[in-house]
Ligand binder design. Structure first.
Ligand code: ADP
Ligand code: RBF
Ligand code: MG
Length: 213
């Protein structure tokens, strides 16, 4: 009896050791300013499917609003345009999730009664990656939700309504010191989003009634 009790006491005292014994992949460490910088080992050995096989709480998260102008850096600096959601559309994300990179589906639709420059393919429900947070690389002072839709659009669609169904978390938002590393990781994020969404329980959200038929 005493043997069992002392074993249990020493087991709980060894909480830290037990944590080390069950390995977990670390994705970041702190730099001297306390910012999360990517670990090289994380960058070179990232899984290409993330999240459970069936979306779990707090997903799906629904976001919607007219596409806003940002600083124009996504296309120019990173070769990855991101459609920015308005501030007042962010509470469902702010209230339920931490900052980071997410995957899901998005749909762009013209406002009623306005002529549209978008094709039938452009207004489909399409896979997306979303950066939600402070963009430490650019030292932003405002939180943003920026969506890159994995589709080739022929024109911009500022002012058009965008709906997004966020279905899973990919990684934390990190403080990149090189633009090249950020670009490389964004490319990998797209691959992760595609593969993670290709599971039946995720695919079915592409025809969710939230989207416009
Ligand atoms: P901004 O800082 O104004 O958001 P970006 O350089 O990030 O500028 O470009 C975003 C704009 O590019 C979007 O608002 C949209 O009109 C357009 N765009 C074109 N293709 C895409 C795409 N695949 N995903 C998201 N936005 C796109
Ligand atoms: N910005 C960061 O500072 N850190 C990140 O980890 C980061 N990850 C991103 C991942 C994706 C998929 C996308 C589309 C953008 C990411 N960005 C990140 C945001 C990028 O800095 C942002 O698109 C620019 O601020 C241009 O608006
Ligand atoms: Mg943008």
């Amino acid at each position: 009896m005493f043997g069992l009790l002392s074993f249990l006491i020493s087991f709980f005292k060894m909480g830290d050791v037990a944590a080390v014994a069950s390995p977990s992949v670390s994705d970041s460490s702190k730099d001297s300013a306390g910012l999360d910088v990517p670990d090289e080992s994380f960058r070179t050995s990232r899984p290409d499917i993330v999240g459970p096989d069936v979306p779990d709480v707090p997903f799906p998260i629904k976001l919607s609003g007219p596409v806003q102008h940002g600083f124009g850096r996504g296309s120019k600096d990173l070769g990855c345009p991101t459609a920015n959601l308005p501030d007042d559309s962010l509470p469902p994300m702010i209230n339920a999730a931490k900052t980071g990179v997410y995957y899901g589906y998005a749909q762009v639709t013209p406002s009623e009664g306005t002529p549209s420059s978008l094709s039938n393919q452009d207004v489909c429900v399409l896979p997306m990656v979303m950066s939600f947070g402070w963009n430490p690389f650019y030292k932003n002072e405002r939180m943003t939700a920026e969506i890159h839709i994995m589709h080739e659009f022929k024109t911009d669609f500022y002012g058009y309504n965008m709906k997004a169904l966020v279905l899973g978390y990919i990684r934390p938002e990190l403080h990149y010191t090189s633009r090249e590393a950020l670009i490389e990781d964004i490319e990998f994020d797209k691959k992760v989003a595609f593969k993670s969404l290709a599971r039946p329980a995720y695919e079915k959200y592409a025809s969710d009634p939230f989207f416009t038929v």
